[in-house]
Ligand binder design. Structure first.
Ligand code: 2M8
Ligand code: MG
Ligand code: MG
Length: 274
């Protein structure tokens, strides 16, 4: 098994960012040797910090699939197209943040006062908008591959903005709170790349992937994993999927829902194997 999971609203509570309800489940997965791989809109700095708290030493997919970081001892060889950074193999699928910031700034004159960029926000403002504490907001500000934008204008204007910025080569993705402007990368492509690399490097193993997510930017990974899990949200509707087989939906929201489904899917089969 490989478990790919979104963080906000999925493994972390939408409001409090707590993962307490899933701690026991995470421990059991670690004991069984099942890697839990974060696949989040968050930055490398944020995910690393959370992973340490969760005692996870697994690969991590950051900024909506813009990059995959793999601990050096996770794979026997250098992954294709990767470079070595911060003690990890890094494979990136998008241009650097500065590039996207330039594109976003070029839209300012046509959409005056209609959006605020992450780069323009100070730490206090990020805390206010996200409910993150100061430490976490600092980690969230350390973006490498894209620029989140807070939309202030109307829905109609936002649709128009998205259409225009796409023509400039961006692929905006809507998160829980922000519109993330980055390249032609997504959580599904990153998952597929990492899975392929695992299969290539461990040809004797079979890998079964599970993806868990609560919102639209999770759809790409939910469509490509062997098993898709939709975690119920206290704030938005479930992501609509094309696939109909191997789709599970939690009753509980956030980390309670995470535990509910992992218990159902993995824990029972692991015990059957005993
Ligand atoms: C942002 O990401 C969420 C993901 O859905 C959003 O767009 O609302 C990012 O800034 C991320 O780095 C941060 O941790 C999160 C906090 O809610 O907001
Ligand atoms: Mg989420
Ligand atoms: Mg997310």
């Amino acid at each position: 098994w490989l478990v790919f999971t979104d963080f906000d609203g999925t493994l972390l509570d939408h409001y409090t960012y707590s993962f307490d309800a899933a701690i026991d489940c995470l421990k059991q997965l670690a004991e069984q040797g099942v890697p839990v791989i974060p696949n989040s809109s968050k930055t490398f700095a944020e995910v690393r910090y959370l992973q340490e708290k969760m005692l996870l030493k697994t690969p991590l997919i950051v900024e909506n699939g813009a990059a995959v970081y793999i601990p050096k001892d996770f794979l026997p060889q250098k992954p294709k197209g990767a470079v070595f950074k911060h003690g990890y193999w890094l494979k990136s699928f998008a241009q650097k943040r500065q590039f996207w910031q330039g594109i976003v700034q070029s839209m300012k004159t046509d959409y005056p006062r209609q959006f605020e960029t992450f780069g323009e926000m100070n730490i206090g403002r990020i805390c206010e908008l996200t409910g993150l504490n100061e430490k976490s907001a600092r980690l969230a500000s350390q973006r490498e591959f894209g620029e989140p934008v807070l939309w202030l204008g109307s829905g109609e204007q936002r649709r128009n903005f998205i259409e225009r910025i796409r023509k400039l080569g961006a692929f905006p993705l809507l998160g829980g709170r922000f519109l993330h402007v980055s390249g032609n990368s997504n959580k599904g492509k990153a998952l597929t790349w990492l899975l392929k690399e695992c299969v290539r490097q461990y040809p004797k193993f079979t890998f079964l992937s599970i993806a868990l997510g609560d919102t639209n930017n999770d759809i790409d990974m939910l469509e490509v994993a062997d098993i898709a899990v939709r975690i119920a949200s206290p704030v938005h509707t479930l992501p609509e999927l094309q696939r109909t087989h191997e789709v599970y939906t939690s009753v509980a929201t956030g980390p309670q829902g995470w535990r509910e489904i992992i218990d159902q899917l993995i824990m029972t089969t692991l015990h059957e194997d005993d």
